[in-house]
Design a protein around this ligand. Structure first.
Ligand SMILES: Nc1nc2c(c(=O)[nH]1)N[C@H]1C(S)=C(S)[C@@H](COP(=O)(O)OP(=O)(O)OC[C@H]3O[C@@H](n4cnc5c(N)ncnc54)[C@H](O)[C@@H]3O)O[C@H]1N2
Ligand code: MOO
Length: 400
């Protein structure tokens, strides 16, 4: 049996049940984060500086590839019937000799400009040379790459919406592109709340090491955002409010302070600042108290619950699709695979569990919303709806 019946004594399950009127379905929350923000404006950047950004316009070739008729083999450029008299040697990058006359050959290197009048390249392995005389039989292929065979000026190399990875950058440079139009990369500020949270050293009594900086940085990097600026904020409402006001990035991520405790000030502060709530609680476990709000000046605030596994789930549910959208990427389609195993399902929402890759994928075992060890050993997180049964397909979130 895949299903374990809901546990009415589980405080989070009962919270989630009572919150069904307020919280957003997980798939809807993901859609809102992916679909609400507009991409940041485009700007012209050098190919080198565009790495990791998303193309705002199709990338078009400026020059032909190859740019000139190019020898595709080491051997002899020949013209007319053989045998041929070798008149010169031509290496790649060397200046062009004059036009070839019938019955002559030029010893040529792969990548050299094919001399005017050459009909084919006779590869060394198909030829015999005696002094200045070369003999051989030409095959069906001329072994000449003609200018523009691969790409011509104006051809679309890569459509808009694709990230500029190293391969795109290399293709751009090959086709003579120096600058391209890319969306600006979103800036991120991470406000780590909690008096008990420390960023280095051995925790003292009641203290914990910060789990979020590395996770948020990795998600920002893979979603096309700039490296986050990080600030630690003590549990004082006025401090959180001034840090939120001071953050000059398009996105502010707040870890902790998402819930109802005496030290959890985020919701009150956002209400005071006049934020619009796009998502305020998600029908999932863990990660129920996560939220997405928009400040009156257009900055986005993502609230990650302080329990580290819950915060990771929230970062994959709201932060990553938000950053993708701002950086101009089309919405990601999450892979769906059959998943085996047992877990306690959520009757009114989804359960998100670490899973191991395999045929089929399988649930990694019990997890709390605080511990990261099961996720650390896993190959992804599976999103299991309340109706899921053992072996049904589930969407997979990629771990950072
Ligand atoms: N009365 C209620 N209490 C709680 C509810 C609820 O609905 N009603 N929800 C629970 C759930 S679910 C979660 S998740 C947490 C969310 O808590 P907060 O976001 O307010 O975070 P904190 O209270 O500050 O911390 C919770 C927990 O996480 C640890 N933490 C915080 N930040 C970090 C960090 N950067 N690195 C590592 N660990 C961190 C913190 O020490 C606490 O242990 O609320 C439940 N309570
Ligand atoms: O469900 Mo909370 O989001 O336990 O950690």
């Amino acid at each position: 049996m895949a299903d374990i019946p809901p546990d009415p004594t589980d405080p989070v399950q009962s919270t989630a049940v009572s919150a069904t009127h307020h919280s957003t379905a997980w798939s809807r929350a993901y859609e809102i984060a992916a679909g609400t923000p507009r991409p940041l404006p485009a700007e012209s950047v050098t190919v080198e500086r565009a790495a990791g950004r998303v193309l705002a316009a199709p990338l078009r070739a400026v020059r032909s590839v190859p740019a000139f008729d190019t020898a595709a083999m080491d051997g002899y450029a020949v013209t007319g019937p053989g045998p041929w008299t070798v008149t010169a040697q031509l290496l790649a990058g060397a200046p062009q000799p004059g036009p070839m006359r019938p019955g002559t050959a030029i010893e040529i290197a792969t990548g050299a400009v094919v001399p005017e009048g050459a009909e084919a390249i006779l590869p060394y392995e198909d030829s015999a040379r005696d002094g200045t005389l070369v003999t051989g039989v030409l095959g069906a292929r001329a072994h000449i790459r003609r200018a523009g065979d691969d790409v011509r000026p104006g051809d679309e190399l890569v459509p808009a919406g694709r990230p500029v990875n190293a391969t795109v950058a290399a293709a751009a440079v090959q086709a003579g592109v120096e600058r391209l139009m890319a969306h600006r990369a979103p800036g991120v500020t991470l406000l780590v709340t909690g008096n008990e949270v420390i960023s280095a050293g051995v925790p003292g009594p009641g203290q914990v090491r910060d789990s979020f900086t590395g996770l948020v940085s990795a998600i920002a990097a893979r979603a096309g955002a700039l490296p986050p600026a990080r600030r630690h904020v003590s549990d004082v409402a006025a401090l959180l409010e001034s840090e939120l006001a001071a953050a000059r990035t398009e996105v502010v991520v707040v870890s902790g302070s998402s819930s109802a405790g005496a030290a959890d000030h985020l919701h009150g502060v956002l209400d005071r600042l006049g934020a619009a709530w796009h998502v305020r609680g998600v029908a999932c476990r863990p990660g129920h108290p996560q939220a997405l709000a928009e400040l009156p000046d257009g900055r986005w605030v993502v609230s990650l619950p302080g329990n580290p596994f819950a915060g990771l789930v929230a970062a994959l549910t709201l932060l990553e699709p938000l950053l993708h959208a701002l950086s101009g990427s089309p919405p990601a389609v999450l892979p769906t695979v059959p998943v085996r195993g047992t877990t306690r399902l959520m009757p009114y929402g989804v359960r998100i569990v670490p899973v191991h890759r395999g045929t089929p994928w399988h649930i990694a075992g019990p997890v709390s919303s605080a511990g990261l060890h099961a996720a650390a050993r896993a190959d992804g997180l599976a999103v299991l709806p309340g109706s899921w049964t053992d072996g049904d397909p589930a969407q997979i979130l990629a771990l950072p």
